[in-house]
Design a protein around this ligand. Structure first.
Ligand code: C5P
Length: 225
């Protein structure tokens, strides 16, 4: 029967990435970080001096880069035109511009096709994380999860993560503001905004441990696969 597709959507800081990888590893499935693809596209635009504030320019250029996304649950790499950009796509320049690039319909059309291709070749199935996995990319997914956490919980987790990396409080505050701006942009755009699919299971992670969230999703998949 059809390979398993686990669609996991939610805002930044909901714990999506950690949870999705852990679920993929536990179930022996491939893993797809679709945010990394939008980041890779943005990285290429910036590297090639495309004006990312100009949707027309972005639409014209977005067919050019060759983006290849790894699907390994422990540390997938992503390349653009053969160059590993896994590090640079996490930088502040890309983070600041990715919402503008990902709002362009031509960008989404191209990357959605790539995402479906990755799922198509995943042997046992795939855990795909993003903003529109359940609503647009994989409408017939085996399980759809919408992960949320209260704003306070998300901000706190993020700050803990950043403090561990040695960042100072001013930087952490600035990054929190940037994150709120990005979530607002992702939720209000015209094409494929962040939204909970009608048949998605809502999991609020504010009061749950990482293990509890992973258990919950793994159980859902085992019940339905
Ligand atoms: O998940 P991450 O925060 O790395 O995603 C970066 C950005 O990529 C998001 O803020 C959003 O603008 C975009 N994105 C998207 N659709 C997805 C995944 C990410 O528009 N499926």
């Amino acid at each position: 029967h059809a390979p398993v597709v686990v669609a996991i959507d939610g805002p930044s800081g909901s714990g999506k990435s950690t949870v999705s990888r852990a679920v993929a590893a536990r179930l022996g499935l491939s893993f797809l970080d679709t945010g990394a693809m939008y980041r890779a596209m943005t990285w290429w635009m910036l590297a090639n001096d495309i004006d990312v504030a100009d949707p027309e320019a972005v639409a014209v250029a977005c067919g050019k880069p060759v983006i290849v996304s790894g699907t390994d649950a422990d540390g997938p790499t992503i390349t653009v035109d053969g160059r590993d950009v896994s590090g640079p796509i996490r930088g502040p320049e890309v983070t600041a511009q990715v919402s503008a690039v990902s709002a362009v319909p031509a960008v989404r059309a191209r990357l959605v096709e790539l995402q479906r291709g990755c799922a198509g070749v995943a042997e046992r199935g795939i855990v795909a994380e993003g903003r529109d996995m359940g609503s647009v990319v994989f409408p017939t997914a085996t399980v759809k999860v919408f992960l949320t956490a209260s704003e306070a919980a998300r901000a706190e987790r993020r700050a803990t993560e950043l403090r561990a990396k040695g960042l100072d409080e001013a930087t952490i505050t600035a990054m929190a503001a940037d994150l709120a701006r990005r979530d607002a942009a992702d939720s209000s755009r015209a094409t494929a905004p962040l939204t909970q699919a009608a048949d998605a299971v809502l999991v609020d992670t504010s009061e749950l441990t990482l293990e509890q969230v992973i258990d919950r999703i793994t159980t859902l998949v085992e019940q339905r696969a």
